[in-house]
Ligand binder design. Structure first.
Ligand SMILES: [Zn+2]
Length: 313
C-alpha cells in the first residue's frame, strides 16, 4: 500500500476525533498547499465544533443520507443549518393528496426531524418538487445563504454520480457546487449581497452525499438511534415503518456480518485554499438579511421559533 493510501486510510479511521487540525469558526484556515495540489494528499479529518450547512432537494433527503453525521455534529456542539430547495410536494401515491397540503405536511415533518437532531435553523426555499433548474436565481439564493451563515462545511447531493438519480438532486448538487466555487468566495459575484452587508466567504470542506465512489466516512454508531428517530419524523414517507423495524434490520445485519460500526459515506472536496481575508463574523443578523432569501416570502425559519409558532422573517 502506498504512503498516500495509508494516510488516506488513517484519515478515514480518525474521522472526527479531536486533534490540533480542528476547524474553528471565525479563525483563518491552517496553511494550505498551493491551488491545484489540494486534492493530491489526504487532507486531515474534518474536526469541529464548526458551522455546517446541509443543502438538499427534498424533506427527508438529509435524514436518509447524513442524519447520523448531523446528529453527531450537533452533539459535539456544531452549529448546523438546513436548506431545503423544495418542499417535496409530489412525494405521494395518495389519490386524495394535493401538492399544497403535502408540502405543509412535509415541511412540518422536516421541522420535527430538525428538532430531533438539534439542527438550529431550517430554511425552506419553496420551489416546486421536480422542477428545480440549474439557474441564476437559485444559485444566487444559495450564495446569499452561504454568505449569511458562513459554514465551514457543506453537505449536499453528489450531482456528478453516474447512477440513477432524481433531477432535483442533480440540480441542487450542481447549483450548490457552483455556489461554493467560486461564486460565494468572490465578491463581484452577486454584488448586491455586499450592499446588504454580506461579505464573501470560503467554504473549506464539501461532503457529497449519495456518491458513487465515497472516500470519506463518518462513524455514526453512537447516533444511529437519533438518525432513526429523525427518519421516522417523515411519517408520510416511511410506509408505516417503526423503530422496531429498524432495530430488527440492524439485529439481522449484525447477526449476519458481526458487530460493525455504522457509517455514513461521502465524497469529500477539501478546498482549504488560503482565504483572501480572515473570515469575520457576519455583519448582519440572520433576521435582517433573511427576507431576501426566498422568492415567495417563506424565507428563514428558526426551528426553535417554529416550535413556538413564530416566524423570524
Ligand atoms: Zn429527494
Amino acid at each position: 500500500m502506498s504512503k498516500q493510501k495509508k494516510e488516506k486510510k488513517k484519515a478515514k479511521g480518525d474521522a472526527l476525533l479531536g486533534d490540533s487540525s480542528s476547524i474553528k469558526p471565525g479563525t483563518p484556515s491552517p496553511p494550505a498547499p498551493p491551488v491545484g495540489s489540494a486534492q493530491q494528499e489526504a487532507p486531515p479529518p474534518i474536526e469541529g465544533p464548526a458551522r455546517a450547512m446541509v443543502i438538499m432537494a427534498h424533506p427527508d433527503d438529509a435524514e436518509f443520507l447524513c442524519a447520523g453525521t448531523v446528529a453527531r455534529w450537533c452533539a459535539e456542539g456544531w452549529d448546523v443549518t438546513y436548506v431545503l430547495v423544495t418542499s417535496g410536494d409530489k412525494g405521494t401515491h395518495d389519490p386524495e393528496m394535493h401538492p399544497e397540503k403535502l408540502a405543509a405536511v412535509r415541511e412540518q415533518e422536516q421541522r420535527d426531524a430538525c428538532r430531533a437532531l438539534g439542527v438550529k435553523e431550517l430554511v425552506l426555499l419553496g420551489y416546486p418538487d421536480g422542477f428545480t433548474v440549474d439557474e441564476h436565481e437559485l444559485r444566487g439564493q444559495i450564495v446569499r445563504l452561504l454568505r449569511l451563515h458562513r459554514p465551514d462545511v457543506v453537505i449536499t447531493w453528489d450531482a456528478f454520480r453516474a447512477s440513477f438519480n432524481h433531477r432535483d438532486h442533480r440540480n441542487v448538487g450542481t447549483v450548490t457546487a457552483d455556489a461554493i466555487y467560486p461564486l460565494v468566495r468572490d465578491r463581484l459575484f452577486y454584488p448586491a449581497h455586499e450592499e446588504d452587508g454580506l461579505e464573501s466567504h470560503q467554504v473549506n470542506e464539501v461532503l457529497l452525499a449519495g456518491a458513487d465512489n465515497p472516500d470519506y466516512t463518518v462513524d455514526i454508531t453512537a447516533h444511529w438511534e437519533t438518525k432513526v428517530a429523525a427518519i421516522l419524523c417523515h411519517t408520510s414517507q416511511v410506509g408505516g415503518r417503526t423503530k422496531a423495524d429498524f432495530l430488527k434490520d440492524r439485529a439481522e445485519r449484525e447477526k449476519r456480518d458481526g458487530p460493525k460500526p455504522i457509517e455514513e459515506r461521502f465524497r469529500r472536496w477539501s478546498i482549504r485554499r488560503p482565504p483572501r481575508k480572515p473570515a469575520d463574523a457576519p455583519t448582519v443578523t440572520p433576521a435582517a438579511a433573511a427576507a431576501e432569501v426566498s422568492p415567495n416570502g417563506r424565507a428563514l425559519e428558526g426551528v426553535a421559533g417554529i416550535a413556538k409558532g413564530q416566524k423570524q422573517a
